[in-house]
Design a protein around this ligand. Structure first.
Ligand code: AMP
Ligand code: ZN
Length: 456
């Protein structure tokens, strides 16, 4: 069992808090999903890798995780602040396909990316377009409680009606009203946001009848409605990228507070951005899709390794050089682990230290450093392998997968035997093994308590 308490950094309280679930041994986890108008970029995928690490850590701590993720296939406008065009309709024009075709195509592409990155599929994946009625019902209840008003282009949430609007982002509403330049149109306050938008004169492919007229739901209402449908009015953890703090999650919270009288999730976690030259990465403008990484010769799990080398609450700067180093490191790890004998025991000391790191707000950089330390330690090869495999339940790097290793296993086993002979000071035997390795076309280099093998 787990001996170090799990603590997570909660954006709502800005504190590291011990984690306790509502139901014993069960966790309800809602993760905001992708907007499927284009391929995901490496930044988006960093956020889903973080969610995967969170989920695996919860699982290792004995929780059964009910992981719900939405697919935003309607309603996300080009500006998060409710102006501009629906990203789906724009994508449709750009790619000369219907908005519906695009949604399905990029959803499939996204799920394929998750699989290639060894990210566990969410328990439930739900599309906004398949939950229109739930969203309309939610808005109707907000309307009954007096939190909405109508304009000529839709139904809006009146943020002035909620005393603590903006608590997640610590928004200063008065300051915002004075300083922000937002296209107010008929909005009463700059922070008010659309719940339902009317199609009006616009020709739209995705639209539905509603009590307010034909139109489509706002972006935030989908998550409030679907999270409640699949996880209930109160659940454990809500996650997303850091950009969701000031607008999307702030508005999701406002809707739930207005309807149910309380914030829907007990913990709010946010993954920080991947950056490219300190700039924002956009889906359309860059070639940082997973496929582009693969085309340049990198395996998807090398990108997974790269993300593990930084903490999820730090920005990570993407460079091809760092991806190259991650790929080299992952190959070295696999070579080392695959050379070790099977049937060992997990080393308690390392298990305890590992759990301490991951349970301290998912400290993956420390956990990865511990893996290297373990492999260089003096414990028996088989015990090191069993312990590394235990770690990999969280890392998900397939570090013991022979098919990923480019050095044949018999060569690695000979190298391992040679190292053991050297440690027992049986140098003649060690030299004989080195000759055998050379005959097979490889050379072995000593690295302290371990070794590396390269083709000659
Ligand atoms: P989207 O498909 O734009 O709705 O975004 C999907 C997820 O990716 C959201 O949780 C965003 O917060 C997250 N995201 C967007 N850009 C980045 C980035 N550069 N780094 C990390 N996460 C990001
Ligand atoms: Zn959301």
């Amino acid at each position: 069992m787990i001996n170090a308490e799990l603590s997570l950094f909660d954006t709502m309280t800005r504190q590291l808090r011990p984690f306790t679930s509502i139901e014993p041994n069960q966790v309800g986890l809602y993760a905001c999903g992708p907007t499927v108008y284009d391929y995901a970029h490496a930044g988006n995928l960093r956020t889903y890798l973080f969610v995967d690490i969170l989920r695996r850590t919860l699982t290792l701590n004995g929780y059964q995780v009910n992981h719900v993720m939405n697919i935003t296939d309607v309603g996300h406008l080009t500006s998060d602040a409710d102006s501009g065009e629906d990203k789906m309709e724009k994508g449709s024009r750009k790619q000369n396909k219907s908005a519906w075709e695009i949604a399905l195509y990029f959803e499939d592409a996204f799920l394929a990316d998750l699989a290639q990155l060894n990210i566990h599929t969410p328990t439930t994946i739900c599309r906004a377009t398949q939950h229109i009625q739930e969203q309309i019902d939610f808005i109707l209840q907000l309307e009954q409680k007096g939190f909405t008003y109508q304009t000529s282009d839709g139904v809006y949430f009146d943020t002035n009606k909620l005393a603590d609007y903006g608590q997640l982002a610590k928004l200063d509403k008065t300051g915002l009203e004075a300083g922000i330049r937002v296209n107010m149109a008929e909005k009463k306050s700059p922070t008010d946001f659309a719940l339902w938008k009317l199609s009006g004169e616009q020709a739209r492919q995705m639209e539905w009848p509603s009590p307010w007229g034909v139109g489509f739901p706002g972006w935030h209402i989908e998550c409030s409605a679907m999270a409640e449908k699949y996880l209930g009015e109160q659940f454990d953890i809500h996650v997303g990228g850091e950009d969701h703090i000031p607008i999307h999650h702030t508005n999701e919270i406002a809707q739930c507070q207005a309807k149910n009288g309380h914030v829907q999730a007990n913990y709010w976690l946010h993954g920080y951005f991947l950056q490219l030259n300190k700039e924002k990465i956009s889906k359309s403008g860059t070639s940082l899709r997973l496929d582009a990484l693969i085309e340049r010769g990198y395996e998807p799990l090398a990108y997974r390794y790269l993300t593990l080398t930084s903490h999820y609450r730090s920005h990570l700067s993407f460079t091809w050089q760092s991806l190259e180093s991650a790929q080299t490191a992952l190959k070295r790890l696999r070579n080392k682990v695959c050379a070790l004998a099977d049937s060992g025991q997990i080393i308690e000391e390392y298990k305890t230290r590992f759990i301490r790191h991951i349970n301290q707000d998912l400290n993956m950089p420390k956990a990865i450093a511990l893996l290297w330390e373990l492999l260089d330690s003096d414990f028996s090869p088989a015990d090191k392998k069993a312990t590394a495999q235990f770690f990999d339940q969280i890392f998900g790097l397939k570090i013991d997968h022979l098919e990923e290793v480019d050095i044949p296993r018999d060569v690695l086993l000979l190298a391992q035997q040679r190292l053991e002979m050297k440690q027992k000071k049986k140098f003649e035997e060690a030299d004989r093994l080195r000759d055998q390795i050379t005959e097979l076309g490889y050379q072995v280099a000593d690295m302290g308590n371990t070794f590396e093998v390269h083709p000659i």
